[in-house]
Design a protein around this ligand. Sequence first.
Ligand code: SAM
Ligand code: ZN
Length: 265
Amino acid sequence: MLDAARGLLACPTCGQGLDADARPVRCRAGHSFDVAKQGYLNLLGAPPPAHADTSAMLDARARVLASGAFDAVDALVARRARGVRTVLDAGGGTGHHLARLLDAVPTARGVTLDVSVAAARRAARAHERAASIVADTWGTLPLLPGRFDLVTCLFAPRNMAEFARVLGDGGLLLVVTPDADHLASVRQRYGLLGIEPDKDDRLLRTASGLFEPVGRQSVRTPLAASAELVGDLIAMGPNAFHTAPADVVGLETELAVTVWLFRRR
Ligand SMILES: C[S@@+](CC[C@H](N)C(=O)[O-])C[C@H]1O[C@@H](n2cnc3c(N)ncnc32)[C@H](O)[C@@H]1O
Ligand SMILES: [Zn+2]
């Protein structure tokens, strides 16, 4: 619900605070933004880019998340989020991960931000303490400075300077990245895109100066994936833009991710 974003949103035109309770939502300078009937707020100010996740990708991702495959990751994220009051989930997709965090942390409210309208539409109904906005992580985030206790970014693009700007003093950034062998048997069998080898270095390099690394934990969970789940694991990723394999079978695979925790300097 959009009121979860009260006091957190900034006007993408002038940067002043947006009144999340007004309809249309507006800033003091009179810039106004309609709330979509599905409940999300589009602050992108441009058509979504061609690479934004599609409805079909989001449906597949929602089924994978509903299967419980990522529950161990959500449990760890929730432990790290204890006591926070305001959370931004950047590239939040369906809103599933923010919703699980909010279930575990009853004092928290949050904003899920995604450049995909299909994602924002789903995320708008993910949790009553979650607001859903359409925005581009690579731009200036339409969020007021210093208002968040925690930014989470799971398998999504990271704009470290903007994450630091919206966090308050001592605010936490939690990043989840896939390890080199994440879902390896599925990726090998279906020739899916690989995971870049230098991505950990890149994360640490882009964080340095803005954030201090304070924790790193790996999560490994065996996954006996049915043919349907394998099909969804393929369809939810960027590979869905290439050819879909015809012969999907069930596979033993492994979820292998790293959960990184940084503190704003
Ligand atoms: C791999 S999905 C992960 C989604 C979600 N965090 C999860 O783990 O279920 C990446 C997400 O980032 C979003 N995304 C990609 N580029 C983005 C951008 N420039 N700004 C905001 N979101 C973006 C996509 O639309 C997609 O929902
Ligand atoms: Zn304005």
